[in-house]
Design a protein around this ligand. Sequence first.
Ligand code: HEM
Length: 104
Amino acid sequence: MTVIKINALTVPAEMGDEVARRFAARAGAVDDQEGFEGFELLKPTDERTTWLVVTRWRDEAAFEAWRSSTAFAHGHRGPEGGGPAPMPIQAELWSYEVALGRGV
Ligand code: HEM
């Protein structure tokens, strides 16, 4: 069953645009990952400063495999790996499954 893993990124309000820029320039290393079903970056439109990276996976094992893969490391590499400088981001991982729905 599809699992949904949400990375909740809280950043200072003035740095939100930088988060968007970084995702626009993202590595794309996740795209070919076995069991990856897609993601969306959700931007807050109220006073919150938490952005959500909503990812969908075939199952728990597929997600865990990606997290311990070089593709994950590549998609999150810092300046020493040719990536961007770190941002003051607070990250929290949320784990969900669809209980009920329509569409998508
Ligand atoms: C300390 C934890 C994390 C932080 C601070 C973080 C932050 C970021 C940032 C800023 C980017 C944009 C690319 C970059 O600047 O390197 C990114 C990429 C991404 N993040 Fe995270 N992230 C974390 C963990 C996670 C986790 C646990 C997930 C899964 C739910 C996730 C999902 C993604 C995806 C799918 C991308 C695009 C990667 C690609 O294109 O290959 N991140 N993350």
